[in-house]
Design a protein around this ligand. Structure first.
Ligand SMILES: [Zn+2]
Length: 342
């Protein structure tokens, strides 16, 4: 059975990094904890533990993704559940729109597993977006009273849709521990609204669940770097163009992180692998700032407002610059009454 090592405890407000087995060593140095993804995740987690890694590690089987995804009603794999230490994510299948039986199956099986297990809920975005679906989800989650880990399906950014953010905020107010998997900068928003933990994917493919593909080419995602001013990941190519075209805005482009060491962000275009390190350090610092104040939800919304204003400003100089939809989704999402925003 899973051991109860103190070092593995997932404390409230943990910013995790979701990565592949291949990226786990690099991510481990920088992250508050890891979500290692894929069938070999447990082996990698055991290897990290054996080397003395003491931060939380969750293993995501991610059987819910891809064109041959496991359905929600399929059984859990006992080997997967029982060979891990600490908190264990169930190896759940995908919960399609209105697959209520599938949703209940995952939650009820997790109830029977007992403490230490987290029900992984890989959801069609309508479970949060559509009010009727959302009410079913909230009812089932409140009934089960087990910790849940949510991953959302979308072709781009599920939390770029205002109604999905509204649904997430309602889910966070149910009162069960929630981990947000496969996220982006919105992981910080979730932490500010009470998520137990939230994971930022190291690549675009680990920042949401892609819908089933009907063919077509695979587009290699552009390397992007996090900018705290813009509260966004921006492609390094776009950053390089911005640095050159707006020398008067150098305060936006110079970075004091230990990787950049005062350089302007265009240097990341020539060294994209270090963009990863830069982004994780700055996301971690911003997480610490946001969670250090009592009014975290308000602090997050203020950051979103400031960043949106800056995006608008830069668009005047760089017409193809675009404001990421999640900023406005968070700014204008409805908040449940239990979250007090003025
Ligand atoms: Zn930097």
């Amino acid at each position: 059975m899973p051991g109860a090592l103190v070092s593995l405890v997932l404390v409230d407000g943990t910013l995790l990094v979701q990565c592949t087995v291949k990226d786990a060593d690099q991510a481990a140095e920088l992250a508050g904890g890891l979500v290692i993804s894929g069938p070999r995740a447990v082996t990698k987690a055991q290897e990290l533990r054996a080397r003395g890694y003491e931060r939380p590690v969750l293993c995501d089987a991610q059987l819910y993704a891809g064109n041959h995804r496991k359905p929600a009603r399929a059984a859990f794999d006992r080997t997967w559940l029982l060979c891990q230490q600490g908190r264990v994510l169930t190896d759940s299948g995908y919960v399609a729109k209105l697959d209520i039986r599938g949703l209940q199956t995952i939650l009820h099986r997790t109830m029977r597993l007992g403490p230490g297990f987290i029900a992984t809920l890989p959801l069609h975005a309508d479970w949060l977006k559509v009010q009727q679906d959302r009410e079913i989800l909230l009812h089932e989650v409140a009934f089960a009273e087990v910790p849940i880990a949510v991953a959302l399906e979308h072709a781009a950014d599920p939390l770029g849709v205002r109604a999905v953010v509204t649904g997430l905020l309602e889910l966070l107010s149910v009162g069960v521990p929630v981990v947000l998997l496969r996220s982006d900068v919105s992981a910080l928003g979730a932490l500010c609204h009470g998520a137990m933990a939230a994971a930022v994917g190291t690549t675009t493919g680990l920042r949401h669940i892609y819908p089933v593909s009907t063919g077509g080419g695979f587009h290699r995602p552009a390397v992007a770097a996090f900018s705290p001013h813009f509260l966004s990941y921006v492609s390094v190519d776009k950053l390089a163009a911005a640095v050159q075209l707006t020398p008067d805005l150098s305060h936006l482009w110079e970075c004091e992180c230990t990787t950049c060491n005062g350089r302007t962000l265009d240097w990341l275009a020539t060294a994209p692998s270090v963009a990863f390190r830069h982004s994780l350090e700055l996301m971690g610092l911003l997480r610490d700032q946001l969670l250090s104040v009592p009014e975290r939800a308000l602090a997050w919304r203020e950051r979103c407002n400031m960043a949106a204003a800056l995006h608008t400003e830069i668009q005047a100089e760089l017409p193809d610059w675009r404001t990421p939809p999640f900023l406005n989704a968070w700014r204008y999402a409805s908040t449940p009454s239990s979250i007090n925003l003025p």
